[in-house]
Design a protein around this ligand. Sequence first.
Ligand code: B12
Ligand code: SF4
Ligand code: SF4
Length: 361
Amino acid sequence: MNSAPSGLTARLKEAAIECGFDLVGVAAAQPVRHAAEFRQWLRDGHHADMDWIARDIDRRLDPRNWRPDTRSMVVVGVSYHMQNPAPRLWNDPMRGRVARYAWGRDYHKVIGKRLKKLAEWVRKEGPEGVEVQPFNDARPVMEHDAALAAGLGFVGRNTLLIHPDYGSMIFLGGLLVSCELEPDDPTPGSGAVYQGKAECGACTRCLKACPTHAFPAAYILNSRLCISYQTIENRGEIPESLRPKLGNWIFGCDVCQEVCPWVKRYSRVARQPWLDPDPDRMAPRLDELAALDEEAFFQRFAGTPLMRTKRAGLLRNVAVALGNSGTPEALPALEILAADANPLIASHAQWGLKQPLIRMS
Ligand code: B12
Ligand code: SF4
Ligand code: SF4
């Protein structure tokens, strides 16, 4: 399956925008650029206990090892950039911070639907018998590398893909396609000038701002130290040494993006209906969350990314945030959590109860 009707690539890009994507680029199927760095990252154990990422290395290193008929990659991006919430909410010690990408419906579902629509378009308009495989986050595709190959932006020192107009608060995804499409110019190597603007230049803000010092070096993230990993992917105990550094983040973390000049100065704010700047989504009250039983947790978070941690993971994080709150107002909620039947929640709440200023009364 090689030849595609002329003009297909241009029309496909228009279709991608119509499907709701902000960015689209095309690359020929190819091995990833940073295979050596990825292998080293795994050797250093920076994937923590995300064993699934080490399981299918060969597939990740070349999309043709996953889908041998792949000739082209269509890579898309959707902005989820939202303004900072009001400081009175964000800094309220009795509220927990939720990373922006989780302020609305589960983006996997939203983007998955759009990718499905785009895949249908390719099957209809592409050469007969064309094979299309969508990918988004969970599939064995290194999306940063795919985006670099498709010229969609550059990789910043915080390891995220940055587009000069949209910044880094963009979701990535795409399609593996079995016909040849016209490729875009790939992003040149690091340190280059991208579309007239210098990439990270001399900036190191993200590396310095990370509360847990999770970057052992520029472009390398140690997941074991990352708040996003600890609050979302880690199913067990959060190491005690890290707990005070989590502050009031209860689901993900945006610090290394919030400080980035590409995000602060240049990027457009998303207008996506699934993102909801509702105070109870951005920064829910910790005492309300502490009172949720399984049923109430499900009622409140069904269809949102917060389902990923389940009740046990979220309330574990809530216990840590209450412990970090430094206010006796946290005491009743911590006492409820310390008596929880789930030992993970109870043990983190017991830690919280021992933190300074909680027991002033
Ligand atoms: C595992 C994973 C995580 C892990 C590890 C993250 C990491 N940086 O590796 C954890 C749980 C910590 C995580 C956190 C987050 N994640 Co995440 N994550 C992934 C996932 C599934 C795989 C990433 C991966 O392969 N990591 C392994 C490392 C080695 O690969 P890499 O990050 O691609 O590394 C590249 C660079 O480091 C580069 N590189 C290495 N050395 C050098 C040297 C130079 C000079 C250069 C230029 C490059 C370079 O080469 C590597 C290969 O491309 C991807 C989806 C996907 N399938 O790709 C989403 C993804 C990266 N995550 C995403 C998001 C939104 C987040 C969070 C912002 C969520 C949050 N708010 O809490 C945080 C951000 C933390 C951060 N600073 O990265 C988005 C990022 C979008 C973007 N603009 O880049 C992705 C693409 C999901 C999506 N489909 O949109 N994530
Ligand atoms: S997401 Fe937060 S904890 Fe993770 S690397 Fe970025 S600033 Fe550090
Ligand atoms: S904060 Fe600075 S160093 Fe970090 S990604 Fe943004 S521009 Fe690059």
